[in-house]
Design a protein around this ligand. Structure first.
Ligand code: NI
Length: 187
């Protein structure tokens, strides 16, 4: 089932999400729906707050990038109850976008390597280290479960430049090919 993706301005995107356990209702179905929703929107990552749920769950599938670089092949993962334990290495700047903020891409500076603890869809525990683009995607989705967005990390000048676009987004005035849920409806 395709779920509507919550747009910038939705309070759900600003909540610090909480842990879940195996008994979370319809978890398998939710994960499946999140992948389906993400594929439909042509995204490579989606976090639960983006579908209106304040739980520590996000999914990533980098397969679409495997055509250009085989190292991304088969990188399809579910992260539950994730905690980034440390971020190390150089600060790297790279352009990011977000399904909740369509039409906006900005450079974001992040550390190149992370260590993360999480459980997968079978509640098997993992403690892993990721670098470069793998880390970048995880950091972006992880921000979502902490109630943060990539535009929080851009300069004041850049923020000023996208302000009217963001205000339009709150009003539901956005051109988007996938199903979204804005704070207000189009007038
Ligand atoms: Ni995002």
């Amino acid at each position: 089932m395709i779920l509507p993706i919550y747009l910038y301005g939705q309070p759900a995107l600003r909540k610090v999400a909480h842990d879940i356990n195996k008994d979370y209702p319809n978890l398998k179905e939710l994960i499946q729906n999140m992948f389906e929703t993400m594929y439909k929107a042509e995204g490579i990552g989606l976090a639960a707050p983006q579908v209106g749920l304040d739980i520590r769950l996000f999914v990533i599938d980098l397969e679409p990038l495997a055509e250009d670089d085989p190292k991304y092949q088969g990188f399809k993962k579910v992260f539950i109850n994730a905690r980034i334990l440390e971020e190390t290495g150089e600060e790297v700047s790279l352009q990011e976008g977000c399904l909740s903020i369509p039409g906006i891409n900005e450079n974001v500076t992040r550390k190149e390597t992370i260590r993360i603890k999480y459980v997968d869809e079978n509640f098997v525990e993992h403690d892993e280290v990721y670098s470069d683009f793998f880390a970048r995607c995880i950091q972006h989705e992880y921000d979502h479960i902490e109630g943060k967005l990539f535009i929080d990390k851009i300069s004041g000048i850049r923020k000023q430049l996208i302000k009217s676009k963001l205000n339009n987004m709150i009003k539901g005035r956005v051109n988007c090919f996938y199903k979204v849920k804005a704070v207000q409806n189009k007038p």
